[in-house]
Design a protein around this ligand. Structure first.
Ligand code: SF4
Length: 299
C-alpha cells in the first residue's frame, strides 16, 4: 500500500491565479492559517512515516510558510519522497542546497512571459519563476518538474504553441519531467468568468506539446486533460499501476482520507481513450510516457 500525506501548510499566497484551486487562500502575500511545524511532524510521527511514503507539501504558496526551512529540513531524516508544489517565485530567497534527490519540486508555467503574468496576475512573476527553476536545476540535487497548464489566453494568442515552446527553448529549465494539463474549472475560475477549455482545444495542444517534449526525450505526465488527438495512444499497450493507494489530507484545522473515486465525465461514455484518460485530482494518477513506454504513474 502506497501512502501519500498531502498537506496544505499555509493558505497565504503571493500570486493570484485566475483559476486558483484553493478558494480559501488569501492572495495578499501574507502567511495565513499556517500549520505549525509541531502539528506537521506530530501528525507524521503518529502515522509512523517511513521511507516508502510520499509527502506532499502544498499551500497556498508553501514557500511563504514562516518556517518552511524547518519543515523541509525536518523531513530529511525520514528518507521519504517529498513533493513541493510551489509557484517557484521565492525559491531564490532560500539556500536549498541541503536537500537531496528525495525532494522534487513541481512548478507551474502558464505560457510565455506575458501570458504567464496575466494568469498569475502578478507582473514579474514569470521572471521570478524562471530564476527559481534555474537555481534548482543548477544549484541543487533535487529533481525539478515543470507543469505546463493550458489556458484560454494561450489558445487565443498562441494557437500554434510556438511562442510557448520557444520560451522552453530559451529559458524554462527542468530536469525530471514535464506535466501537461489544462486549466481546471474551479470556484475561483467561475468567479473570474473563465471559459471552460473544450476537449478539442485541450487535445490539440496536448498533441503539440507531447510531440515537442517526446523529441526532447523527457518524461511526460499527462492528466486532467484530453488525449483524443493522439490516435496512437488508443492501440498502444498501457502498463497499469496496480499498487493500492491511500491519500491522507491534513492542514491546520482538519484531516481526512481523500476519496479517490474516479469522476466519470460525460465524454467518457463512448470515447475509445476513456480507459487511459487520467485525473490527478480524482484518481491521483497520471498517464506517463518515457522511453517509448506508456504507463500509469503518480503525478
Ligand atoms: S474521455 Fe475521451 S474525450 Fe473525454 S477527455 Fe478523455 S480522451 Fe478526451
Amino acid at each position: 500500500m502506497k501512502r501519500i500525506f498531502y498537506f496544505n501548510i499555509t493558505y497565504g499566497c503571493n500570486s493570484n491565479c485566475i483559476f486558483c484551486y484553493s478558494h480559501n487562500t488569501w492572495h495578499n502575500a501574507q502567511p495565513h492559517n499556517e500549520m505549525t511545524v509541531e502539528q506537521f511532524f506530530e501528525y507524521l510521527d503518529d502515522k509512523e512515516l517511513s521511507a516508502k511514503d510520499r509527502v506532499i507539501v502544498n499551500g497556498g504558496e508553501p514557500l511563504m510558510h514562516t518556517e518552511i526551512g524547518k519543515i523541509l529540513g525536518g523531513l530529511l531524516p525520514y528518507g521519504c519522497e517529498v513533493l513541493i508544489y510551489t509557484n517557484g517565485r521565492m525559491i531564490t530567497n532560500y539556500d536549498l542546497s541541503c536537500l537531496n534527490e528525495n525532494f522534487r519540486f513541481i512548478i507551474p508555467i502558464h505560457g510565455y512571459e506575458e501570458i504567464h503574468d496575466s494568469i498569475t496576475r502578478v507582473k514579474g512573476s514569470y521572471q521570478e519563476t524562471i530564476a527559481g527553476l534555474k537555481y534548482l536545476v543548477e544549484q541543487t540535487n533535487c529533481p525539478v518538474d515543470v507543469k505546463l497548464i493550458l489556458n484560454n489566453r494561450m489558445i487565443e494568442e498562441d494557437p500554434s504553441g510556438d511562442r510557448t515552446l520557444q520560451a522552453f527553448e530559451r529559458e524554462i529549465l527542468f530536469d525530471h519531467a514535464i506535466h501537461l494539463t489544462k486549466m481546471a474549472d474551479t470556484i475561483v475560475s467561475a468567479q473570474n468568468g473563465c471559459k471552460t477549455i473544450s476537449n478539442d482545444d485541450a487535445s490539440r495542444f496536448m498533441k503539440i506539446f507531447f510531440d515537442y517534449f517526446s523529441q526532447r526525450n523527457v518524461k511526460i505526465k499527462i492528466f486532467d486533460s484530453c488525449i483524443k488527438s493522439m490516435e496512437w495512444m488508443r492501440s498502444c499497450e498501457l502498463e497499469r499501476d496496480r499498487e493500492a493507494l491511500i491519500v491522507y489530507f491534513k492542514d491546520r484545522n482538519q484531516y481526512r482520507i481523500m476519496d479517490l473515486t474516479r469522476n466519470r465525465m460525460d465524454c467518457m461514455a463512448d470515447c475509445p481513450f476513456a480507459d487511459r484518460c487520467m485525473s490527478a485530482v480524482d484518481e491521483y494518477k497520471a498517464l506517463e510516457f518515457f522511453e517509448n513506454r506508456l504507463y500509469e504513474n503518480l503525478e
